[in-house]
Design a binder for this molecule. Structure first.
Ligand SMILES: C[S@@+](CC[C@H](N)C(=O)[O-])C[C@H]1O[C@@H](n2cnc3c(N)ncnc32)[C@H](O)[C@@H]1O
Length: 498
């Protein structure tokens, strides 16, 4: 049985692979990427398709195609897309090698604008890797942009050591859950035993600690076990690449690197230093944007190009001064910086060029804002995403958000994951999901509160939280706060999309 049918992979939306994120980086590199709203997007090895469905629900005029060898994952994705009425996603089960033979032109004559292969290249055999890049090259239109992620050298060498030890120790175990448990036990032991040690032992212990933390982030609380470890560290194939090695493979397929994704502040305008940077930081993972080798040449990412972008400042005034970002970080802009100017438009979108009065000021501002975007404080986009940003009488979250909220609420899960129009995912408690589920464009705010309260009455207080046992006023206050947060965090669909 195929490993990914035997043990499902927990695929979620990945913000960095969204056409808008790719388009922004491509624009900073001097390219003219296709408009995300009407883009044609292909994902190779899309797993359950969640990455595509979550994007498609906000971009009804874009077209998303995905395929994967795991038929069970594709079936789950087709069911999810059908449940949310998402008609602009096509998912099919196929081996990338068969797709290479058949071609992709009938699915997007003229080519796809964006082709994503996340978490695949390092984990498939060499011949399949060649097929993957051939499909990407064949699928991309002349100005199209691809996205590729790999395990990266030299940082991954320490993980290779962890992998060898874990695979060796679990060789005789059949059950995937038992193998993963034993692998994690060994890695945790390495972390403990090498605590404070110097040299290789210390470095290996640090890598072990980092891997354990990484696994904790990659494993949903409801997963039966850390399935990620089974498909990553314990996988039959797991091949890391240097920047040069990846570049050679790409060149053989008629592709080349545009830039790293996401962009780090120190690397803007200095892409040549990527390999040296990877050696210095020891980062075990690398993501790059790629293009066809006959495309318009990309430049090194240039901060001044940020002046042509729009800015999303999701900053809420914090008690005691400063602002809170989406992730809860506190930001205190000082003086007349780009960030300080951006806060005057928060939360909301504003064109970067409108924040400065002349070209010199605009260039400096663009540099500062790009740095803030690299830190995750702000988001730069080539076009505003497909969502409403102001409150509505009858609030309506995207259909797929309701489907995911509904699934978690019905199961009685303590929390569930929902994804916004910028493709950012949030883990949200049951009580908030119950409110979100009622935000269907048909109910007024008091009706949403009534519906969420009705659901809450049927579940234990541990799930219902503030929806149960509180005064009507407190429930209303809680519901208002949830609706406000989901509006500010870009979950509402546009008026004409309902
Ligand atoms: C690590 S998962 C990544 C899934 C998804 N892209 C993500 O990032 O969550 C690798 C995926 O590649 C798929 N895959 C492996 N070999 C394949 C092949 N020959 N053709 C198509 N898909 C393949 C697996 O089924 C699996 O869903």
């Amino acid at each position: 049985m195929f490993a990914y049918d035997d043990v499902p992979y927990d695929t979620e939306a990945n913000a960095e692979t969204h056409p808008s994120a790719i388009a922004t980086l491509a624009r900073l590199s001097g390219l003219r990427p296709a408009a995300p709203r009407t883009a044609r997007v292909l994902e190779i090895g899309c797993g359950n398709g969640e990455n595509l469905i979550a994007a498609a629900t906000y971009l009804p005029r874009a077209r998303f195609v995905g395929f994967d060898l795991a038929a069970s994952a594709i079936a789950a994705g087709v069911a999810a897309a059908t449940a949310s009425g998402t008609s602009n996603v096509e998912l099919f089960a196929a081996d990338v090698s068969d797709v290479r033979a058949a071609g992709t032109k009938d699915r997007a004559p003229g080519g796809f604008d964006y082709v994503v292969a996340h978490g695949m290249y390092s984990w498939v055999p060499r011949d399949v890797r060649a097929d993957l890049f051939a499909v990407m090259r064949d699928a991309l239109g002349p100005g199209g942009i691809g996205f590729v992620s790999v395990n990266a050298l030299p940082g991954w060498e320490l993980r290779r050591a962890l992998r060898e030890l874990a695979r060796d120790a679990t060789r005789d175990l059949e059950d995937p859950a038992a193998r993963v448990a034993e692998a994690l036990r060994i890695i945790e032991e390495l972390a403990r035993a090498g605590e404070g040690a110097s040299g290789f032992r210390g470095a290996l212990a640090a890598a072990a600690r980092e891997y354990v933390a990484h696994v904790a982030r990659a494993t949903p609380p409801e997963a039966p076990f850390a399935r990620y470890v089974f498909h990553d560290l314990l996988a039959d194939v797991n091949e890391p690449f240097s920047v040069a090695g990846l570049g050679e493979d790409l060149a053989r397929a008629g592709l080349r690197i545009v830039c790293e994704a996401p962009l780090f502040p120190s690397r803007a305008g200095a892409f040549d230093g990527l390999a040296a940077d990877l050696a210095r930081t020891g980062a075990p993972f690398l993501q790059v944007l790629v293009q066809r080798d006959d495309g318009e040449l990309a430049a090194a990412p240039d901060a001044s190009a940020a002046a042509e972008l729009d800015l999303w400042a999701d900053l809420t005034p914090a008690p005691g001064g400063g602002f809170r970002t989406t992730t809860g970080a506190l930001v205190r802009p000082v003086g007349e910086t780009g960030l300080a100017r951006a806060t005057r438009h928060a939360p909301g979108f504003v064109a970067v060029r409108d924040l400065a009065d002349d070209d010199d000021a605009r260039r400096e501002l663009a540099r500062q804002l790009l740095a803030a975007a690299c830190e995750g404080v702000l988001t730069l986009v080539t076009e505003r995403p497909g969502c409403a940003t102001t409150p509505r009488e009858r609030p309506c979250v995207a259909a797929h958000v309701r489907v995911r909220a509904g699934a978690a609420v019905e199961r009685g899960a303590p929390s569930g994951v929902v994804t916004n129009a910028l493709h950012r995912s949030f883990r949200v408690p049951w009580s908030e999901l119950a409110v979100v589920l009622a935000m269907d464009g048909a109910r007024t705010v008091p009706e949403i509160a009534a519906e969420a309260t009705r659901r809450a009455a049927e579940v234990p207080s541990s799930l219902a939280g503030p929806l149960k046992g509180a005064s009507t006023r407190d429930v209303q206050r809680f519901v208002d706060a949830v609706i406000d947060r989901f509006t500010r965090h870009l979950f509402l669909v546009e008026e004409d999309a309902t």
